[in-house]
Design a protein around this ligand. Structure first.
Ligand SMILES: C[S@@+](CC[C@H](N)C(=O)[O-])C[C@H]1O[C@@H](n2cnc3c(N)ncnc32)[C@H](O)[C@@H]1O
Length: 242
């Protein structure tokens, strides 16, 4: 059934505000490629501590943007499957083009909300989340979803920036570009200023689910957490769809 253009009071419902990542997808993809820290070595150590992932390993990149990590790991390890999920249709399109240019057959990209993931056919072995929490409104919901979709013993890697200046710069540039190129200026769902998460808040947030272990590390510009679910963790019950 298609969604109604009227709300429950009979008023014409406003469309949801556009995303800056949708409007300025190419600018974000450029920043991701050339400006931001690449955590590939840290993610490899965190998610594949034995050095090589087992055949059939399933990884998920949430808020994947242009799909840097999903493509990189799918290319490096042809025996795994990688899935990237993002709200932005255009960034998903870019990610698919990247996978296609690299001739990857083990990497797919899906439009979706990390706060309420659709049922996945299988639980996943590892989740990568980079620079998502500074944008997403319901951070606890994202963590609950990560915990839910991971298999017992599964791991996740979560990286968040700690440098206010380097975080505000790209978002500020996207706001400026959007203002200069839309008339009248549209409303965007992202905050005008990206606030970095204080370390204590980050630690408290990543510890919300009942992980078996959580390791938090810091480098020049980022805080990152490696969380592992207990091997004995009971499978999570499926969410009701009603
Ligand atoms: C700051 S970018 C990070 C992109 C990528 N992970 C990286 O490391 O560059 C945030 C991304 O999250 C996406 N996003 C925002 N809210 C989301 C949500 N609720 N579910 C999925 N993706 C979301 C945006 O479209 C954008 O691509």
């Amino acid at each position: 059934m298609g969604s109604s253009q009227y709300d429950l009071t009979g008023q014409k419902a406003l469309p949801p505000p556009e995303s800056l990542f949708e409007r300025c997808h190419w600018l974000y993809a450029l920043c991701r490629e050339y400006l931001f820290r690449d955590h590939t070595p840290e993610i490899t150590n965190a998610l594949f501590p034995t050095g090589t992932p087992a055949d059939g390993t399933r990884i998920l990149e949430l808020g994947c943007g242009p799909g840097l990590y999903a493509c990189r790991f799918a290319k490096e390890y042809p025996q795994i499957t990688a899935t990237g999920i993002d709200l932005s249709k255009r960034l998903i399109q870019r990610a698919r083009e990247r996978a296609s240019n690299l001739r990857l057959h083990n990497c797919t990209f899906i439009e979706g909300d990390a706060q309420a993931l659709k049922e996945l056919p299988h639980s996943v072995d590892a989740v990568i989340v980079s620079r998502l929490f500074l944008i997403v409104p319901d951070k606890e919901a994202v963590l609950a979803e990560i915990f839910r979709v991971l298999r017992p013993g599964g791991r996740c890697f979560i990286a968040e920036p700690t440098s206010g200046f380097r975080t505000r710069l790209p978002l500020g540039a996207m706001w400026l570009l959007a203002r200069l190129t839309t008339s009248p200026v549209a409303k965007y769902r992202e905050p005008q200023q990206a606030e970095v998460m204080p370390s204590a808040d980050f630690v408290e947030l990543v510890r919300t689910p009942s992980w078996a272990s959580v390791d938090v590390h810091y480098d020049d510009w980022y805080q990152y957490a490696i969380c592992q679910k207990s091997e004995l963790q009971a499978e999570q019950p499926s969410r009701s769809t009603s």
